[in-house]
Design a protein around this ligand. Structure first.
Ligand code: 8DG
Ligand code: CA
Ligand code: CA
Length: 335
């Protein structure tokens, strides 16, 4: 999805400011396509969400990392008027509104949204009349637009998790499954389901693309057969993106399934648990301590700047320990 949510609102003393900054971030990403500004607003929102006190002025906010003069000025305006003119102007521009709407259809990114709007396609009705302009992924996104906009209650993900665990156990008892994302961070609702799967036979040194692809294909087939998976958006070598449904009483949900080598499993779990802001902070900390961290591995970076061989990782805790970062439980990674 092209829109990422505002940082957690639970215990957030600066929620109103965070919401405005997150909307500005979305605008920069989807309309201006300025990723630098997008990241700056996201970072500022993240820092404010984490701040244990209500911010009383832009000057005070400037003491926090990631908040400079321009954002501080906006904070002053929000605090004194309860709104921001820049955002009001953005809202009143119909082209922006159209791009925002179109980018909320899965598969439609900012570039595609711009091109559709330039062709005069600005509403879901317009999209339905121009299906020839859409890819298979975008068509499924349009088909389930209302369903995909709905948040998924934790209890429902729990039930879906059980189906996946049971079905894969039947396929091969050695499969390991972890539902990551906001669900693993303990959220009561999630935007989609992020399933991470590994198998002891799958290791990065003897990766056989064909075997990997066959494994993922057979996993998807089993989940289709039992009626959980309803549609495929894309099926790659290691990543499946699709739709699933618990039963006909429930909406259709977005599900991502990733197959990861066994020796990379914990780095992947860490990455796909997020939050993305937490990942950013952790990666930066890793670098300061001479390591490079990504969804695959943790590697030392020598003076040459070239990453060395991956460190052997057998748990998430191992990663925290290696980079000297105090361990945080998934529930505490919601920044
Ligand atoms: P949600 O689905 O409830 O909205 O939240 P989420 O589970 O945290 O977000 P997600 O979009 O499903 O992404 C899952 C994790 O993937 C996220 O928590 C951290 C990792 N991730 C990043 N950066 C990005 C990114 O730019 N896009 C996406 N989709 N995921 C990212 O660290
Ligand atoms: Ca998710
Ligand atoms: Ca996801």
């Amino acid at each position: 999805m092209s829109k990422r949510k505002a940082p957690s609102s639970e215990n957030n003393h600066n929620n109103d400011i965070c919401e405005v900054l997150t909307e500005l971030a979305d605008y920069e990403k989807n309309v201006s396509r300025n990723i630098y500004k997008y990241n700056a607003y996201r970072k500022a929102a993240g820092v404010l969400a984490e701040h244990p006190l209500r911010i009383r002025s832009g000057d005070e906010a400037k003491n926090l990392s990631g908040i400079g003069k321009k954002i501080a000025k906006k904070i002053d305006e929000i605090l004194s008027t309860g709104k921001l003119r820049k955002l009001e102007n953005i809202h009143s521009d119909s082209k922006n509104a159209a791009i925002n709407l179109l980018t909320s259809v899965t598969g439609i990114g900012p570039a595609k949204a711009h091109s559709l709007v330039n062709d005069g396609i600005t509403t879901l009705e317009d999209l339905k009349k121009n299906t020839d302009k859409l890819t298979h992924h975008q068509l499924i996104g349009l088909k389930y637009f209302e369903d995909f906009e709905k948040r998924i209650p934790r209890e429902e993900i729990k039930k879906i998790e059980k189906i996946i665990l049971d079905e894969l156990k039947n396929l091969d008892a050695d499969y390991q499954v972890t539902i990551c994302g906001s669900y693993r961070r303990g959220k009561v609702e999630s935007g989609d389901i992020d399933a991470l799967i590994t198998h002891p036979n799958l290791t990065s040194d003897k990766i056989d693309k064909k075997i990997k692809n066959e494994m993922l294909t057979s996993i998807v087939q089993v989940l289709e057969k039992c009626g959980l998976i309803t549609d495929t958006l894309s099926l790659g070598e290691t990543k499946f993106m699709g739709a699933c449904r618990f039963d006909s009483e429930h909406p259709t949900r977005r599900i991502d399934i990733r197959l990861t080598p066994h020796d990379q499993y914990y780095c992947s779990i860490l990455y796909f648990t997020g939050s993305d802001m937490f990942n950013k902070a952790m990666r930066a900390h890793a670098l300061e301590n001479g390591f490079t961290l990504n969804e695959y591995s943790l590697r030392p970076v020598g003076v040459t700047g070239i990453p060395g061989e991956p460190v052997e990782i057998n748990s998430e805790e191992d990663v925290f320990m290696c980079i000297d970062f105090p361990y945080k439980k998934p529930e505490d990674r919601n920044c």
